[in-house]
Each structure stands twice: as C-alpha cells, then as structure tokens.
Design a binder for this molecule. Structure first.
Ligand SMILES: N[C@@H](CCC(=O)N[C@@H](CS)C(=O)NCC(=O)O)C(=O)O
Length: 161
C-alpha cells in the first residue's frame, strides 16, 4: 500500500491553490506546511500527497480515489476553474472496467491528474447506508450459556447409587 507521494512544482503557491481547489471536492485540505515551500495534503489529519517547490522531474500520472461519482465531477469542474487543462471529462472508461468512472486534467506543471470512482453508480450509497445502520444498531452480544452446575453429575450418580 502506498503511504504518500510527493511531486515537485514550479510555483509552490500557485500549485497549492490549484490542488486545494481541485482536491477539495474529494475531501482534501492542507494538513501540514513547511516554510512556504512544501505542503502535505490529505483527508483528515494524515497527508498522503505532498507538493514542494522545485523542478518537476517530468510529467507523472496520479489518480485520487473517490467512493462516489459526484466528487469526480466536482473535482473536474474545480480543477478546470482553477487553471487545469482538460485531459478527459468525467465519464465511464469501459476499456479499464465497466464501472471505471474517471476524470482527467493536466495540472499547472503538465501532470496528468485524475479522480476515479470504481464502484457502480448507486453502490457507494448503498454501502454507506449499510455502514450507517450498522453503527446505529450494533449487534447484540449473544447471551451467555448458563454455566453447568458444579458436581451435578456426581450428585445424580450418588442418588442412583
Ligand atoms: N484522455 C484520456 C486520459 C486517460 C489516461 O490518462 N489514462 C491513464 C491511465 S488511467 C494513462 O494512460 N496514464 C498514462 C500517462 O498519463 O502517461 C481519457 O479521458 O480517458
């Protein structure tokens, strides 16, 4: 499992603004920042995507996962409004698999950035509902079996004898 990934960006502040806008719909924010030259973005408190000032080593392809399709649409819209170049609007890419719903943009340095949902439409909602109902009504613990009475076998044996 990949823990985190970092890329160099030519203009740190511009790219920070870009990624905040583009990844906001996926739940990302800036979690850590160092001296205005490096920032770690993530969902919650753990950064898994870092940008730092420097010369990009070459265009990379990076995909961010979403468990719903709507955030993929929102990612594309936000990224385009924040200065991205189009590399493929939101939609199913059946050549990867029948439920591969992705959107592709080129970021400010020409990296191919994607948001992708692998779940069939409607499935994510159903899964979320299931999880919520499990939380609301946790399974009751199975009742404990009554402990056998001590020496009951012996007593029975005595009575018989
Ligand atoms: N314009 C294409 C972009 C597809 C794309 O970039 N796919 C990724 C794999 S999911 C890829 O080929 N990456 C290789 C690269 O960027 O060099 C689309 O809209 O489907």
């Amino acid at each position: 499992m990949i823990d985190h990934l970092g890329i160099k960006v030519r203009n740190f502040e511009a790219s920070k603004k870009f990624y905040l806008a583009a990844l906001g719909p996926l739940g990302y924010s800036v979690v850590m920042e160092f001296g205005g030259i490096a920032a770690g973005l993530g969902i919650g408190r753990k950064p898994d995507f870092w940008i730092s000032q420097g010369e990009p080593s070459g265009p990379i392809h990076l995909a961010f996962a979403s468990d719903k399709r709507a955030p993929v649409d929102a990612f594309y819209k936000a990224a385009m409004a924040a200065g991205a170049k189009d590399n493929g609007p939101p939609g199913v890419r059946e050549h990867y698999h029948p439920n591969y719903y992705g959107a592709f943009v080129f970021d400010l340095d020409g990296n191919n950035i994607e948001a992708v949902c692998h779940l069939p439409q409607g499935k994510a909602k159903a899964t979320a509902k299931k999880a919520a109902s499990k939380k609301a009504a946790p399974k009751k613990a199975a009742p404990k079996k009554a402990a056998p009475k001590k020496n009951s076998a012996k007593k029975t044996a005595k009575r018989r004898g």
